[in-house]
Design a protein around this ligand. Structure first.
Ligand code: WT7
Length: 651
């Protein structure tokens, strides 16, 4: 065993108890209190969730807490509420009127503070502006924006009028945007002339222009952010500021059914086609609000900074909806962590007095590599709690995070969840749970998470198995937009009667969960979820490619890196130039996040006799591991030998 793995095994057993001051004021202040709450929720889940949901403002009470016909679940049936009124109006009508709702910092250094009162005015106008553009309740609106306050305002305005939004990450290409618009049949897209990233303008509006031709999009609402030159197609295109100025200032929030669609968000599955994960209003907001309050032990004086982009579910739940539902102050930063210097994040924390900081392991590993001197230059004493999300965090990064950022005093919450779960599912409670580096610890009260074998029986201590959830929870996805059958087969067919997460996990002797990564063909690159099939489809859509196989290999910084094996069409010369062309082709099809790190040409791909690509084998080759396992079903042993030797040569 190498010294690092010995170290990580030792660290696994090391417990970090919650600091005393946390336990004192905490919502859940001891493990005994956690156990009691978990038990209560398990005994009476409906009573438990009803109590949590009742902290929201409902225009009409529900008649049934849960209507569960496996795999379909509906929550707070018959209840009506307005999500924007819950996140904005009720705080604007309280002492929080002049409290900061959004603290914004642009990459160039411009800043804005938006109070709940101001946010209320902006969201009302934006709602009217959307109605003026012809958006009606039930119409989908695509949002393709930088991390600026208007993105949050746009989401809230959509929710207010009952127009489901589908936010597309600004790093996705025009092609990827087109696919998502086509699938959601959005009527309007809200974008910006550009957004700042590493001192450059991301040409969002240009991408929109290329994406929407021949789609259902009728109008394009454009925020002026970078003042760069853009093509203008009036009357289709409308400036946000013009629409806002022309819109009526008041909009009374109409009640929507609890199960009214709030948003769809595309995420990668095991096929080439991303799936629109669909969430509804009452259950989603209940859980987003609950988990923000509980996991981050939220206090009114907090400055809450979740670094995720609103293009991901983390941005939905923990930049916008969770914090605002609680009347908290949420910070939005537009740009890159290394612009202009490697200390940009620590500078932001110091200047704004950030108290809760929530980011991804891939970012933490990058900070670690950049060196301790960058955080050390700044006063980070405002921080009281750190969070991690998106992929397993290695104990080394966890320890660095705790020491260099948390000053050895802030608890770390390692939060496991997914686009599909809508909100955090497994996480320490900072005032209660002793933490172990690398473990997301225990499921939250109300979450019936378990680790099971293929046949559904629970795994023993430290036995690896499938992560499942045995009972529905309010923010569970309701379907895959337009493909309910795929919803059923993906999540409810693997393990009888359970939600199947697609992750492998084990539970240790203390009942702590250790997430071991995906058990399907989904890879996690720098905290971004990608399907190997999606990248393969992008590659084979190139005229020079006959066949492609894509796998992930462990990467110190990104968690996983993309390795592509490509068989060119006959007569095509496979050289470095073609490799570059194909990489750029993937970027154009999906976005920079999908660019293969490694692209190898192969005469043929290793397949089983039934014609299935042997991914496990390719994974082993890609990560340079020696043992090849069982290859007796290999169609052509020679293919494997040749593949392995291309790698050996280049190393
Ligand atoms: C997948 C979900 C909603 C979180 C952002 C990513 C992995 C997420 C953890 C964690 C280990 C994690 C899982 C999961 N994952 N958090 N704390 N420890 N793995 O959302 O894109 O829907 O991806 O991310 O593999 O299935 P997502």
């Amino acid at each position: 065993m190498s010294s690092t793995s010995i170290q990580s095994v030792l660290q696994e057993t090391r417990l970090f108890p919650p600091p005393a001051d946390f336990a004192e004021g905490a919502k859940v202040g001891s493990m005994a209190a956690y156990e009691a709450l978990y038990e209560r929720a398990a005994t009476d889940p409906e009573g438990f969730w009803a109590e949590i949901a009742s902290e929201l403002r409902w225009d009409r009470p529900w008649t049934q807490v849960l209507d569960w016909k496996l795999p379909d679940a509906r929550w707070f049936v018959g209840g009506q509420l307005n999500l924007a009124a819950n996140c904005v109006d009720r705080h604007a009508a309280s002492w929080r009127r002049n409290k900061a709702a959004i603290l914004f910092e642009g990459e160039p250094g411009d800043t804005r503070v938006i109070t709940y009162g101001q946010l209320h005015r902006d969201v009302q106008r934006a709602a009217n502006a959307l109605l003026d553009l012809g958006v009606a309740k039930g119409d989908f609106v695509a949002i393709y924006m930088p991390m600026i306050p208007e993105a949050a305002i746009a989401m809230l305005a959509c929710a207010r009028i009952g127009a489901p939004h589908t936010v597309v990450f600004g790093g996705f290409s025009a092609e990827a945007l087109r696919d998502r618009i086509a699938d959601s049949r959005a009527k309007v897209v809200i974008t910006a002339d550009g957004g700042w990233r590493r001192g450059q303008v991301i040409p969002l509006k240009d991408n929109v222009d290329r994406a929407i031709e021949g789609t259902t999009i009728e109008r394009v609402l454009v925020v002026k952010r970078c003042a760069n030159a853009i093509a203008w197609h009036g009357p289709r295109d409308v400036w946000w500021h013009d629409a806002m100025a022309a819109a009526a200032p008041r909009h009374d929030a109409p009640p929507h059914d609890s199960e009214h669609t709030l948003f769809s968000l595309y995420t990668s599955g095991t096929t080439g086609k991303p799936k629109g994960i669909l969430h509804t209003t009452g259950g989603y907001l209940t859980n987003a609000a609950y988990t923000t309050r509980l996991v981050f032990d939220l206090r009114d004086e907090d400055v809450f900074w979740c670094t995720a982009d609103i293009g991901w579910v983390t941005g939905h739940s923990y930049v916008v909806y969770g914090p605002l539902a609680n009347g908290a102050t949420t910070l939005m930063y537009e740009g890159a962590p290394n612009q202009p210097g490697l200390d940009r994040f620590w500078d932001i924390i110091e200047r704004w007095g950030v108290t809760v900081f929530y980011t991804a392991p891939t970012a933490i590993r990058a900070f670690m590599r950049w060196g301790d001197e960058h955080p050390a230059k700044h006063d980070l004493s405002s921080l009281r709690l750190l969070g991690s999300v998106g992929e397993p965090i290695n104990p080394e990064a966890w320890m660095w995070y705790r020491k260099a950022i948390g000053g050895d005093r802030c608890p770390i919450v390692d939060t496991w969840w997914q686009t599909e779960t809508g909100a955090i599912m497994i996480s320490p409670l900072p005032g209660a749970t002793p933490t172990k580096p690398g473990s997301a610890t225990r499921p939250l009260p109300g979450i019936a998470a378990d680790i099971v074998r293929k046949d559904g029986t629970p795994c023993g201590v430290n036995e690896g198995g499938f992560l499942v959830v045995r009972r529905p929870w309010p923010s569970m996805l309701r379907t895959i937009f337009g493909d309910h059958e795929r919803f059923v087969t993906t999540y409810f067919s693997e393990v009888d009667g359970c939600y199947f997460a697609g992750d492998g996990a084990r539970r240790d002797e203390d009942g702590y969960f250790w997430i071991m990564g995906r058990v399907d063909d989904v890879i996690n690159v720098a905290g971004h979820r990608l399907s190997t099939m999606e990248v393969e489809s992008a590659l084979v859509s190139h005229p020079k490619v006959a066949e492609a196989a894509v796998v992930g290999r462990p990467d110190e910084l990104k968690g996983q890196a993309i390795v592509a094996f490509v068989t060119p069409r006959s007569g095509v010369v496979a050289n470095e130039e073609l490799a570059k062309e194909l990489r750029e082709h993937v970027v154009a099809q999906i976005g920079a996040l999908a660019r293969p790190e490694d692209l190898r040409f192969a005469e043929a791909l290793p397949k089983t006799r039934s014609g299935k690509i042997m991914r496990r084998l390719l994974r082993e080759i890609a990560s340079g591991s020696q043992s090849r396992g069982d290859t007796t079903t290999l169609e052509d042993q020679g293919v494997l030998e040749r593949l392995a030797s291309t790698f050996a040569q280049e190393e």
